[in-house]
Design a protein around this ligand. Structure first.
Ligand code: SAH
Length: 367
């Protein structure tokens, strides 16, 4: 068996053998962003032939509406001569391409923009370069948000936070124990619990989570990213828009999932070759950003947000010049982006905005 192990799984086993069971968060961090073998370091995850499809890949309407959102935020900021558009984890660059094309109808916006893309994946960076090569707007790439130069910014993160490592704890009679990964009796990786409960864990938890029955799983992230985002927006001005799947209020539940080739996979096999994600806890995100001085709007359902931005009118417009097949495609995309069924992203996905306290209400959040 050892001979066939993937290099990252081999490394993880060696670490566990040497240092004992590994927290879920550390396992996830290695699987996703190990500098040599991490999934997001190497893989080409997106698209029909990749592992999953995201909203900007479903339809151009998504990026276009975000583009109009950005341009209208820029106007609300007083139309500054320079604005940084920052995207965290831009994937194939599709959202920005569609966004900037749509935003050309707002005079002066594209001339004010400099793009800053935060990306760790070299394959996707090359892809983003290609997707955006026709633009005359300057583009810079950075490994983290902290490397993006200061100043007013409009920051977009679609399906970015779900890919950040999540920790898990399991409730027992004695308290909350960190969930870890060990080498099981059959030599496979297996979940286990730290023997001692995490000290002072309960008092950090919302009341509803504290009252959960035994064996409940609670997930949390370090939320450094939320703190950085909140601090930056509060200090330098502008707005951030976070779109992702998750829950509006902190809750118990095991949402760690692995996806490969559009199907669910076992999170404990295929280290570095499968995508690991977990739901975003928007309440925790809001708490982090607020603590750093940002004002928070949402989370609201993606369907509501896109409808308020006019997705139905946009779909209608696209359909007027379309063939029958194309019209059916547009309808299917609309249903995918706003639908509430099992395949719909409309209510599973949520939208939250962070703004400077003086900014007022960003588009799409008013009742
Ligand atoms: N926003 C895109 C892609 C979502 S996939 C879309 O909606 O289509 C997640 C993206 O985040 C990928 O581009 C991935 O390479 C990037 N990414 C993942 N972890 C990251 C990290 N820690 N720092 C920077 N980028 C990261």
């Amino acid at each position: 068996m050892t001979a066939e192990l993937l290099p990252l799984e081999h490394d993880i086993r060696r670490r566990i053998a040497a240092a004992g069971p590994m927290p879920v968060g550390q396992y996830m961090a290695l699987c996703l962003s190990d500098p040599n073998h991490g999934y997001y370091t190497n893989a080409n995850p997106l698209g029909v032939r990749g592992d999953f499809i995201t909203a900007p890949e479903v339809s151009q309407m998504f990026g276009e509406l975000i583009g109009l959102w950005m341009a209208s935020v820029w106007q609300q900021m007083g139309a500054p001569e320079n604005v940084r558009i920052v995207e965290l984890g831009p994937g194939r660059g599709t959202l920005l391409r569609d966004a900037l094309r749509a935003a050309t109808i707002v005079r002066g916006f594209n001339d004010a923009v400099v793009l800053h893309l935060v990306e760790i994946n070299a394959v996707l960076k090359a892809r983003q370069e290609r997707t955006l090569e026709a633009l005359t707007i300057p583009i810079y790439w950075h490994p983290t948000l902290r490397d993006v130069p200061g100043g007013p910014a409009i920051i977009i993160a679609n399906e970015f936070f779900d890919a950040l490592p999540v920790n898990q704890a399991v409730k027992t009679h004695y308290g909350w124990h960190e969930r870890q990964i060990e080498i099981g009796p059959e030599g496979n990786l297996a979940f286990t619990l730290a023997p001692a409960p995490i000290r002072h864990f309960e008092r950090l938890l919302p009341e509803t989570v504290r009252r959960a029955p035994d064996n409940s799983i609670f997930e949390w992230r370090a939320e450094n990213m939320a703190l950085d985002l909140g601090r930056r927006i509060a200090r330098d001005g502008g707005a951030a828009l976070v779109i992702d799947y998750g829950h509006s209020e902190s809750a118990v539940g095991d949402t760690l999932q692995a996806v490969a080739r559009h199907a669910y996979a076992d999170p404990l096999t295929g280290a570095g070759t499968i995508d690991l994600t977990a739901h975003v806890d928007f309440q925790a995100l809001a708490r982090g950003a607020e603590a750093m001085g940002a004002k928070v709007f949402g989370a609201i359902a993606q369907s509501l947000f896109l409808r308020r931005l006019g997705i139905e009118a946009r779909a209608g417009m696209l359909k007027t010049n379309a063939s029958r097949d194309e019209r059916a495609e547009i309808d299917a995309a609309l249903e995918r982006l706003t639908g509430t069924g099992r395949t719909g992203m409309g209510t599973l996905f949520k939208v939250m905005a962070f703004v400077q306290p003086a900014f007022g209400m960003p588009p799409g959040f008013a009742d």
